[in-house]
Design a protein around this ligand. Structure first.
Ligand code: URA
Ligand code: SF4
Length: 246
């Protein structure tokens, strides 16, 4: 398949159905703002139970559903978005509206299964009114859930979609177009900022250098690293199995 054909896989159906299923002044990378410590959950069900009753920030007042997760809790890749939109607020699932459908297509274009190969969540679990960017105090209030999700999932690769997710997780305030596609390390994990799929929806071009083209480069880089890590882990498993025989 040519690059152009591959990128065309990102195009949405004409009538997509909703799927069922601490402040810093400098722009350079700095440590993330401090978060409350000591919140630990035994498992993701316990986390979810707490989150769906959460009243820790003003977004609780306007939400319909708390949007915690979708995908595979054992996945090697976690994808972190900004916050629920209208479809997500209505269904209680992250990335199920147009941007989410595009995200699924992007994953599928490199044979990553959105339900099996990734775990998907957001920085804030409740929808900001009119899809505004979440406030710093909302992101800070919600961060313990996100940190616990990451600890419990234990992903080897974290993809951060858009500048808000990058800022919330790493504290890096640089523009997304500067840092997308670059591997970084955060808390012992590989991270990569990528463009937000909603941004791709607003930019139809598939020309070289366009947002879709850039996403196509980045997702291929991610897939290659994923395969590398997967085979390393399988190698380790085999060694452990061999050792058990002795
Ligand atoms: N945009 C996001 O960042 N997250 C969602 O869940 C949906 C749209
Ligand atoms: Fe709680 Fe997060 Fe929802 Fe705020 S956004 S009410 S902190 S779950």
């Amino acid at each position: 398949m040519t690059d152009a054909e591959q990128i065309s896989l990102f195009d949405l159906d004409p009538s997509p159905k909703a799927k069922q299923t601490a402040k810093q002044s400098s722009k350079a990378a700095k440590p993330a703002p401090p978060v409350p410590v000591g919140v630990t959950y035994a498992d993701l069900d316990a986390l979810k139970a707490d989150a769906i009753a959460c009243q820790k920030c003003p977004l609780a007042a306007t939400r319909t559903n708390v949007v915690v997760e979708r995908g595979n809790r054992q996945a090697l890749i976690a994808i972190i978005g900004e916050g629920p939109g209208q479809n997500e607020d209505e269904t209680g699932l992250p990335f199920v509206g147009k941007a989410g459908q595009l995200l699924d297509k992007i994953l599928q274009s490199v044979d990553l299964d959105p339900e099996k190969d990734v775990y998907i969540c957001n920085v804030v679990k409740c929808r900001p009114p009119n899809n505004r960017v979440p406030e710093d105090i909302e992101m800070a209030a919600c961060k313990p859930y996100l940190l616990e999700q990451i600890r419990l999932i234990d992903p080897k690769i974290i993809l951060l979609t858009g500048a808000t997710a990058v800022k919330a997780v790493t504290g890096d305030k640089r523009g997304i177009t500067k840092i997308r596609g670059e591997w970084g390390e955060w808390e012992g994990r590989l991270i990569m900022p990528i463009l937000h799929p909603a941004y791709l929806l607003r930019n139809a071009s598939r020309e070289k250098g366009s947002p879709k083209w850039l996403m196509w480069q980045d997702i291929q880089t991610v897939k290659a690293k994923y395969l590398e890590i997967k085979s390393q882990l399988q190698g380790q498993d085999n060694i452990e199995e061999d050792e058990e025989e002795f």
